[in-house]
Design a protein around this ligand. Structure first.
Ligand SMILES: [Cu+2]
Length: 247
């Protein structure tokens, strides 16, 4: 019954049940601005870290036996993931230069799992309209509280293992904090972009943005604790631009 989520959402809206959550279901795809793939360009970003790496923080899970028992060894949180000078977990994205272009969003969800009372991944990014799916792989109950500044905040309980909940965004916002009130050490960040030109740096500090129209852009690199840097770049047709960010 009502297996189509859009029909289910419409039914719920008509009953007024979900009138306060926004947007409740998957939005329709917008009318997109086509990209000429024969002239499309790309940007390769390299992000480095030269500062002092902070001491990792040992997570105190003693308040929740169901979590502590899953970790025979101490668990540490390192907010700055760096190796050989490369900085991982940095969101690289186009901040300016796309004009009024409109883009199709992926219908595949970005998934954040709750496993061992930790978020995996801790740093996630997706497009407006794209589903953000939270999964609970633990037997331990978690709530998921989102603390956006632009989007409507959300909070729901995921008390059973293998449950899934989906959140949608209609406006871009970088660095939305997500946490669990049951287990205060759990934290993640979610960034929402209105276009597909973003990537999170890998262990080598690299992120690639491809299929960009030629033009002048401001590229930004955002890190949860180190802040944001910007670079300007001009891309010629079929150009392969390179930017580097140093934190
Ligand atoms: Cu939790």
């Amino acid at each position: 019954m009502l297996s189509n989520p859009r029909i289910a959402t419409l039914a719920a809206l008509s009953l007024g049940v979900m009138a306060c959550s926004e947007p409740a279901g998957p939005p329709p795809q917008p009318v997109v601005t086509p990209i000429d793939s024969t002239t499309a360009a790309s940007i390769r970003a390299r992000v480095t870290f030269a500062g002092k790496v902070p001491e990792p923080i040992e997570l105190n899970m003693r308040s929740a036996r169901g979590c502590a028992d899953l970790h025979p060894e101490p668990v540490f949180h390192q907010p700055v993931v760096t190796r050989d000078g490369a900085l991982a977990d940095v969101l690289v994205y186009i901040k300016n230069g796309l004009g009024e272009r409109v883009f199709q969003f992926p219908t595949d969800p970005v998934v954040i799992d709750q496993v061992g009372c930790l978020y995996k991944p801790r740093v996630a990014a997706l497009m407006t309209g794209q589903p953000l799916e939270f999964v609970n792989s633990d037997t331990e109950a978690h709530n998921v509280r989102g603390k956006p500044n632009v989007a409507r905040s959300w909070n729901f309980m995921m008390s059973r293992q293998k449950t899934r909940r989906t959140v949608y965004f209609s406006k871009p916002e970088v660095g939305i904090q997500v946490g669990c009130d049951v287990h205060p050490w759990m934290s993640a960040t979610v960034s929402v972009l209105a276009h597909p030109y973003f990537a999170i740096t890998d262990a080598k500090g690299l992120a690639v943005l491809s299929n960009l129209p030629p033009g002048e852009y401001t590229v930004a690199a955002w890190h949860e604790t180190l802040g944001e840097r910007e670079q300007k770049i001009t891309l010629a047709a079929k150009g392969a631009g390179e930017v580097s960010f140093a934190f």
